[in-house]
Ligand binder design. Sequence first.
Ligand SMILES: Cc1cc2nc3c(=O)[nH]c(=O)nc-3n(C[C@H](O)[C@H](O)[C@H](O)COP(=O)(O)OP(=O)(O)OC[C@H]3O[C@@H](n4cnc5c(N)ncnc54)[C@H](O)[C@@H]3O)c2cc1C
Length: 517
Amino acid sequence: MSLRHENRRRLTATDLDVLVVGGGINGASAAAALAARGVGTALAEARDFAGFTSQNSSNLIWGGFKYLESLEGGLVHRLCSGRNRLMRAYPSSVKESRFLATLTEGGGPSRSVLWLGAWIYWCLGGGFTQGPTLLSSTQIRDAEPVVRSVGSLGGVEYSDAVVTTGDARFVFNLIRGAMDNGCIAVNYLEVTDIKRQSGRWLVYLRDNHDGGEFQTRARVLVNAAGPFADQFSQMAGVSTRHHHVLSKGIHLVVDRLTDSGRILAFMTDDRRPFFVVPMGGRSCIGTTDTRVTDPHSQITDEDRNFVLDNANRCLDLPRLLTSRDVIAERCGVRPLAVTKGHDTHRDFLKLSRQHVVETTAERSVVTILGGKLTDCIRVGEEVRDAVLGLGVLDPQRLRPWYGEPDSDVKSRCFSRLSELGDRAPAITAAQRDRFWAWYGERTLELVDQVNDDPASATSIFPNSDIIWAELDLMQRTEMIVSIDDFLRRRTLLAQTTDARDLAVAVENAELDRLFLS
Ligand SMILES: Cc1cc2nc3c(=O)[nH]c(=O)nc-3n(C[C@H](O)[C@H](O)[C@H](O)COP(=O)(O)OP(=O)(O)OC[C@H]3O[C@@H](n4cnc5c(N)ncnc54)[C@H](O)[C@@H]3O)c2cc1C
């Protein structure tokens, strides 16, 4: 029986303490924090894990330099400390990166205000990263020739962090860790209805993969439905003090625009931040910030042109970028937590990126509104405390719930990889690092697989560094249901490979057949 079927069987056969609804970053953190504590926890996700907003972020782990403009020093301080905790906990996948913020003529702060802001930002971040540097336009031209120097007023280089595994794998790894601590997680399992019965929740579930219908019971529900959280609150008969306003953001993935590894930051024409972020050997450019009401948003020509125009305005490229250069697109809606009754039309672009955890004790529901990847540790802790406050049995187990395994495990993994020697001569140092960042302790299973079958150390596609043994590991331990789960979320292949080349490679490797479950 596959892991997914086994988990679905257990989920419907168990009287749960807590059911987390939603497997984006908020649900993943909540489930991981609760499971590590020993609380009987399950997680149901209607799509694939991280299959909605959390696969469409800018992959930045950052304090939000821009939020200083709206004088949100407290939020920036909290986000910076969230960033610092993630950088400490995930040295292999949340990495400090230099951001180059360039000023151009025609608006924006002066260079001295930007410089002062960068120091305040650095101080609010506890001086955890490398300090900022002031750069003239000539220095920027020398360091980053791709930045357009005409009209440049110089800028500032400062530090934040990037999640190098990609957002979706980061979320999945939290869920994988939650499962290792006893959480029963199932993807493609939607909560379709809930009823209060004798002080517990009777939960109706539909398997969106095979259409099966199930029920389970839970004492407490955690609403981590992201952009659907208000809908879920309605279903649960819960009235929260905050609700969501949705903001659409898009990114376009194009060929690599700079080799420096820096994140290039600019201001768009309408004074929103605009980034060029490295992603798996490509560059991801964006984003937009458009108010929408439907969580199921699409990229329009206007969105696409806005991003391309801004890239062409800020960068000095051999030729203008057009939609033909786009390798992949990302589109998501930010669920922004807003106090009900607040007039959001006047100051939409300045709405806070804070998260809120609300408890409705009489209905035994904990609701998460807003949030960011950056703040996920705090969200997990707050949800765990809120759930325990509802009187759920607290086993007081003190296992870590986030972060890479300790250095002993890491040494064991790397020495086992080295011992492979001639059995896997083609495995590079970069691949070893990636195995650790993606699979943590499961790297040992990968080594066993290669030892048993040295041919599994070869690449699945000619231009990919992913090996067959990884595919086997993912199939056994990562609940891949469709090929898209593999190409889009467990790996970055769908975002970094030309669609036609990828289709041919998938066909040649007969991957479709492998993922038919
Ligand atoms: C363009 C963009 C860029 C961003 N960039 C950054 C960034 O660089 N750094 C950062 O920290 N943050 C960033 N964010 C913010 C961050 O990505 C989001 O706040 C976060 O991903 C939202 O996570 P979530 O878990 O609340 O929602 P989601 O990821 O949407 O998860 C909610 C899940 O609930 C599931 N669900 C809903 N209803 C049900 C149901 N009835 N049954 C079962 N499952 C259900 C959905 O399928 C969905 O997967 C960005 C956001 C956007 C849109």
